[in-house]
Design a protein around this ligand. Structure first.
Ligand SMILES: Nc1ncnc2c1ncn2[C@@H]1O[C@H](COP(=O)(O)OP(=O)(O)OP(=O)(O)O)[C@@H](O)[C@H]1O
Length: 319
């Protein structure tokens, strides 16, 4: 990875009248990564990327994109940054290839439209009118249009909103193909599954601020900082014996007995420590499960619960 970041945003702030859309956002996007901007609706994601793209002027803070200032060097930036914004619409009758050729004419050294159609799986639709495309095909065309200027950075906003699961997966594969072609990607999403699947790193945005930055795994760790270990003894053991066995075991933060199983929360070498301690107390077990918090849990924990509370999806791993 290059040492010069593709995007460096520091303390961005933007208000619309009395609405503070972005209170304080700093982020750094490195070359070649898929960087997720994840948050609930209204968290300030779109406003943040619009400031990065030079579409909105920050009230405070600084942005540098590929070494350029988006507010004063917009034309130069336009040559290097591809934008796919929410709800992009084209004239109904414009055909797929025509749209690409039209957009290509705006650039001095555009990508070959035929190559882009191929990359995005739209070759068979090259003569189809925009209005006759499916939702997924429209989205893929909007991505193709964002790429036609051979950008170094592509900003993709809510790319898969409204798509069915199949079309969504196809679009994810396209995003990975674009990254593999050497384009750095900023991906705005409110879908945790999408962020987890695609992003190298994520900035979790809540109420106009960055709640956490890291790989999907790091964010989960940060929020949870722990695993949940569930051990069911082979024969019933008194609760106080089970809990007493854990005294002094490093990494244990909390332990309870639920339905005759010992449930331990903690970090570090939790599994080994607990199993060794139980063995010392003659407690044997063949039923051990280690559960990792999901990104969804992390999201709720870092941004605050909303509505009916989290669905505690956990991925269980046999150990
Ligand atoms: N042009 C605007 N004028 C006034 N308020 C706005 C404008 N654009 C956004 N807002 C408000 O600013 C806040 C942040 O909006 P923004 O679109 O940046 O969030 P977001 O995280 O991208 O959400 P969404 O996914 O719903 O677009 C919201 O409260 C929104 O209603």
């Amino acid at each position: 990875m290059s040492t010069t970041p593709v995007v460096r945003a520091e303390h961005l702030r933007k208000a619309y009248g009395s609405t503070l859309a972005v209170a304080d956002v700093s982020l750094t996007v490195e070359r070649g990564e898929i960087y997720g901007v994840l948050g609930r609706n209204g968290a300030g994601k779109t406003t943040t990327v619009e400031m990065i793209a030079g579409l909105r002027r920050p009230d405070a803070g600084t942005v540098s994109v590929l070494g350029l200032d988006p507010t004063t060097q917009a034309a130069a930036l336009h040559e290097k940054v591809g934008l796919q914004l929410q709800e992009s619409a084209l004239p109904d009758r414009l055909r797929v290839l025509e749209a690409l050729e039209l957009y290509a004419s705006f650039y001095s050294a555009p990508a070959d439209p035929a190559d882009l159609l191929d990359l995005l799986g739209l070759t068979a639709k090259r003569d189809a009118a925009f209005k006759d495309l499916s939702g997924g095909q429209k989205q893929r065309l909007s991505v193709a249009l964002a790429l036609v200027g051979r950008p170094e950075l592509a900003i993709l906003d809510e790319l898969t909103t409204g798509l069915d699961p199949h079309a969504r997966r196809e679009t994810w594969a396209v995003v990975e193909a674009i990254r593999d072609a050497g384009v750095t990607i900023v991906l705005v999403t409110h879908l945790m599954e999408e962020a987890e699947r695609l992003c190298d790193r994520i900035a979790l945005i809540a109420a106009g601020r960055v709640a956490a930055v890291g790989t999907p795994d790091q964010i989960v760790e940060l929020a949870q900082g722990e695993h949940v270990l569930r051990v069911r003894p082979d024969v019933p053991v008194a609760d106080d014996v089970l809990l007493g066995a854990l005294a002094g075991v490093p990494g244990v933060r909390e332990a309870v007995v639920e339905d005759r199983a010992l449930v331990v929360r903690g970090g570090g070498a939790l599994v080994q420590g607990v199993l060794v301690a139980l063995a010392h107390h003659d407690v044997t077990t063949h039923d051990v499960r280690l559960e990792r918090a999901s990104l969804e849990d992390a999201f709720v924990s870092l941004t605050g619960a909303e509505g009916t509370g989290p669905e505690l999806a956990t991925t269980a791993a046999e150990v």
